[in-house]
Design a binder for this molecule. Structure first.
Ligand SMILES: [Zn+2]
Length: 126
């Protein structure tokens, strides 16, 4: 989806967030990844569901770039923005809250409350 009509090509030092990744493995394939703010929290998830073909595994740290997918603006952890998934975020200049449960970016709906998480200074990512 190219809602802004511009491609991202600027290279700069952007805000990064370190997350600790836990994967759910099913038949040797990672079917789900969860991103936690602390290693402690990540490791807490690991002892659950340990079976031969279905288990939880700590995958290590991942550096996540915080930027707006639409306008490229860098985001900080305390900024107001919405998150569509772990690698897709939109700043408050770009998204509009259509109703309580819908958000749009450039007129395109980006998802509802089940998929979108909004953050502001009160809510840091976890
Ligand atoms: Zn933006």
């Amino acid at each position: 989806m190219d809602v802004c009509g511009a491609s991202r090509e600027s290279v700069g030092v952007s805000m990064k967030l370190t997350k600790y990744v836990v994967g759910t493995v099913f038949n040797d394939r990672i079917i789900e990844k969860r991103y936690l703010r602390t290693k402690e929290r990540a490791l807490k998830l690991v002892p659950d569901n340990q079976r031969d073909n279905y288990y939880t595994k700590y995958l290590g740290e991942e550096e996540i770039d915080l930027y707006c997918e639409c306008c490229d603006k860098e985001l900080s952890a305390g900024d107001t923005y919405i998150k569509e998934d772990e690698h897709t975020r939109y700043c408050e200049d770009c998204y509009e809250e259509d109703t309580i449960t819908f958000y749009t970016v450039g007129g395109e709906p980006v998802g509802n409350d089940n998929e979108i998480v909004s953050y502001d200074s009160m809510w840091l990512e976890h």
